[in-house]
Design a protein around this ligand. Structure first.
Ligand SMILES: [Zn+2]
Length: 135
């Protein structure tokens, strides 16, 4: 049996402040949220197999959110934290870009020569109708 992902990580609890908007009264407040930080171990456990080795190589450090809901500081009602924010890669935390910077980054990246694994979609569209000319 393959190893559980937890065999690859050291776990450490961590409290982070997050700003969330209450779904009931729409007020935004800062909340202390409990997370667990999973840091990749230096080496594989002794009982690791080849498939574990492959998996281990792809792993990145990440944070997993433990709290699912908070009590609103304004109206006192519980509300759920958006679930898409329940896991964050640690390298994404370093200088988290705002939306505008992210857009620029995506734009810049799309202007670079396409890697073989990521062909530009417009390239295929351009060649397909005239494929007879390329014989
Ligand atoms: Zn509220």
């Amino acid at each position: 049996m393959a190893l559980d992902e937890r065999a690859f990580f050291n776990e450490k609890p961590e409290t982070r402040t997050g700003r969330f908007t209450c779904s009931k009264c729409r007020r935004a407040n800062d909340y202390s949220i409990r997370w667990v930080r999973r840091t990749k171990k230096d080496r594989l456990p002794p009982n690791a197999r080849d498939e574990d080795r492959t998996k281990f190589a792809k792993l990145r450090d990440y944070l997993l959110r433990l709290d699912d809901e908070v009590v609103c500081k304004t109206c006192g009602k519980k509300f759920e934290i958006p679930s898409q924010q329940s896991m964050v890669f640690v390298d994404q935390l370093a200088g988290l870009p705002n939306d505008e910077e992210l857009e620029k980054e995506i734009e810049a990246a799309s202007e670079e020569p396409a890697a073989p694994s990521q062909p530009k979609p417009e390239l295929g569209a351009r060649f397909r109708p005239n494929s007879n000319n390329w014989k």
